[in-house]
Design a protein. Structure first.
Length: 216
């Protein structure tokens, strides 16, 4: 697996945590929030760069709403979280590429704006029940964060992230990089029972190791 040394945020001298992820991934929504909470509590926090990993390109089809809803219910019950309270399968994006392109464009404005848009889009989908593939939802998000809205068919930034993720050997969503170390879904220990149902718990050992690398 190819890794890189810490990149410098163009707007500051901070180290950068990178994570390749899809917006419809429920594991990313849970894990990324915990990572951001930890980073925000640091005296000198690194920037968090959420890069596009469109699962519809990786798998040839996007995640299905009913399958994600079932996983989100399992995460809610087993982890005791309230991160999926607004998920509505009736308002599910047919594609995440326009939303991922908007998030990538927000990073052109600055690291803080990029992260804010990345989190906002996931909260809109999972907590406010909005279809983040709808042009009106994307336009409202862009306006609130003062980001130029990419053209509907624009995907150059997503393509660049996807190509970089493939070069590095991204294993799935979310896959984090901190310096030369990489971590796949460090917040969660995931598995399945004998019937194939999802079993999830927070992984305190894996998360502690990941956080210690961030803090170093």
């Amino acid at each position: 697996m190819v890794v890189v040394t810490p990149r410098r945020d163009s707007s500051s001298s901070r180290r950068v945590i990178e994570v390749f992820a899809d917006i419809t991934c429920p594991f990313t929504h849970v894990g990324l929030k915990r990572v951001v909470e930890h980073v925000d509590a640091l005296a000198d926090p690194p920037a968090v760069h959420v890069r596009a990993w469109p699962l519809e390109w990786v798998n040839g089809a996007g995640l299905e709403a009913d399958a994600v809803s079932a996983k989100s219910s399992a995460l809610t019950d087993q982890l005791g979280v309230d991160d999926f309270r607004g998920l509505d399968p009736a308002h599910w994006p047919s594609s995440t590429v326009p939303a991922l392109e908007l998030a990538a464009a927000a990073y052109d404005v600055g690291a803080a704006t990029g992260l804010a848009v990345s989190l906002d889009l996931r909260e809109a989908l999972f907590e406010r029940g909005l279809d983040v593939g709808e042009p009106a939802v994307l336009a409202d998000t862009a306006t609130r964060h003062r980001v130029g809205l990419p053209a509907p068919d624009e995907s150059a930034r997503v393509q660049a992230d996807y190509d970089e993720g493939r070069r590095r050997g991204v294993a799935g969503s979310p896959h984090f990089w901190v310096g030369t170390d990489d971590y796949f879904c460090p917040a969660l220990d995931l598995g399945h029972d004998t019937t194939g149902l999802l079993i999830a718990r927070f992984d305190p050992v894996g998360l502690a190791d990941f956080f210690s690398r961030i803090d170093a």
